[in-house]
Design a binder for this molecule. Sequence first.
Ligand code: LMR
Length: 328
Amino acid sequence: MKIRLFLAGALLATSALATTVLAKPVVIKFSHVVAENTPKGKMANRFKELVEKRLPGKVEVKVFPSAQLFGDNKVLEAMLLGDVQIAAPSLSKFKRYTKKLQVFDLPFLFNDMQAVEKFQKSPEGLKLLSSMQKKGLQGLGYIHNGLKQLSANTKVKTPADAKNLKFRIMASDVLAAQFQAIDAMPLKKPFSEVFTLLQTKAIDGQENTWSNIYSKKFFEVQPFISETNHGVLDYMVVTSTEFWSELPVDIRAEVKKSLDEAIIYGNKVAAEKAVKDRQRIIDSKRSEVVAISAAERKKWINAMRPVWKKFEKQIGKKLIAAAEASNQ
Ligand code: LMR
């Protein structure tokens, strides 16, 4: 195991030392796919700052944004091989490790980000952080991005307008079912390819949050963005159980404390960006933000809601009910 190489053998035979002395700093590679100027990007950079301030010479954090190190499809495999120590994939990207996190992809489940936050902090939500332990992954916390909007080459107000359009989705079967439910064509593609796919018109549209649409310039190649708020795009910060358990206790505690603080900061950024990046897109005049009326919203809900039933067995009825209850 890599970390052993970094630790000064006998001295660290016990991880409960009050102050750990390391021969070399522990290196934490934090890989993510978004731009630095996003909630996750800023959170990762703040985490680095905090850790290196608190654990000088003991821990070094190397952040790799914009899929520079690993893309969505590879990062968790790489983590299990010890090539990356922390990542924060969107909750839609864990299906090979647990089916339960699919709950977050159910369309129109959460009314707003307060409900998402409430569910993540509930006993059921917290339990999900440990749902992949057997597969070697440990969740350390959630971080918000926000609610998803639907961008397209044509104006989409109702599900009928989206019929036969090709939408890029994250690698999630729930999201595939969501688009199939409105007779659109979902295409699973990594985040790093979305801009080019849109620009070349290989696809007609995609779903994402305001900060991702803004920071990756999707609004420059998508003339319409429908304000559907139809689902959530949040993340789980994960590490490998092996790496985490082998960190000396005092170091692990400081790393976790730094992460918790960075997450609070990242969530603040997320809330601000959902408003500011939306406005920046409107101000750019490159893309029209299309309002969805209450009656139109009803049509989306009616069309997409059957997806819940389809995944009820995989996710668990109780878990879905607990998530839904967070709206109250
Ligand atoms: C996406 O693939 O659209 C998002 O998961 C990217 C991200 O990490 O926000």
